[in-house]
Write a protein that binds this ligand. Structure first.
Ligand code: SAH
Length: 249
């Protein structure tokens, strides 16, 4: 059985209980060495086989799984954050299906929610926006034209932009098609890692503020008024009834 496990954003305590238990039981762990903290491997059995996938092709990963797969064998494929977001697991699952190998996906804390947490912000502030857009700039992986940042910026929702910090100038240029130049931006580098860094600003000045930081990857860009707005949710207000509480007069 193969388990795609979300390792969380960095801090090893931010894996799920189920994910940690599987790591402890695993006979083989194939981990994304470029992004997953090696601290997670401390929890593996002494005899577990640990393989860094960062230098492997899809075919090689599937080959490793094929070699080790067997009855009662636990194979963990450890991905950063949540495996369902830019995790490239679709093609791995397709490959396993063809090989007739069973698999399961264990969710994880994505870097975008981790970034929201370290900033102590809510993405869905009532009266501001009720929508979160997760997106990226096109790289080797293309982005459909209708999802270009220029288009998405016109919605004015909260946005988390992955895999794009290296091209922050491009990101800002596109975002300015829809958001005003005073729209707040936060860039969180290595959220929840020991060397985490947070740079905040607006669409007007964020490029300047990032100039000397040299962030190339492992940083997420958050944009939107949720970063500076104060919530107006009525969920906890006295005169608001809901399924679990009657309004108090
Ligand atoms: N599945 C992952 C995303 C993998 S794509 C998730 O759910 O978070 C890799 C991108 O994720 C990086 O380019 C960066 O934009 C973001 N990322 C991953 N870990 C991060 C972290 N600890 N802090 C900030 N951004 C991170």
């Amino acid at each position: 059985m193969v388990y795609f496990v979300g390792a969380g954003p960095g801090d090893v305590d931010l894996i799920t209980v189920r994910g940690r238990k599987l790591l402890e039981k695993a006979d083989v762990v194939i981990y994304a060495g470029s992004l997953v903290s090696r601290e997670h491997l401390r929890f593996c059995k002494k005899e577990a086989i640990l393989i860094d996938s960062s230098g492997l092709t899809l075919e090689e990963i599937l080959e490793v799984i094929k070699i080790h797969e067997g009855r009662d064998k636990v194979i963990v494929r450890l991905h950063t954050g949540d495996p369902t977001i830019y995790g490239a697991i679709a093609e791995q699952m397709e490959g396993l299906k063809k090989l007739g190998i069973d698999y399961e996906v264990i969710p994880g804390v994505s870097s975008f929610t981790a970034a929201g947490a370290v900033l102590k912000k809510e993405f869905t502030v009532p009266g501001v926006t009720q929508t979160v857009i997760l997106t990226r700039l096109a790289g080797k992986t293309p982005v459909p034209e209708r999802e270009d940042l220029t288009q998405l910026s016109k919605i004015g929702a909260s946005m988390a932009i992955f895999l794009s910090v290296k091209n922050i100038e491009d990101v800002v240029k596109k975002l300015r098609a829809g958001y005003g130049e005073d729209t707040p931006v936060a860039v969180v580098y290595k959220a929840t890692w020991e060397d985490q860094k947070i740079i905040t600003g607006t669409l007007k000045d964020i490029c300047n503020r990032l100039k000397n930081e040299g962030f190339e990857s492992t940083a997420i860009i958050l944009v939107g008024d949720f970063l500076t707005s104060i919530g107006k949710s009525r969920l906890y207000s006295k005169d608001f009834s809901h399924a679990f509480r009657e309004a108090k007069n």
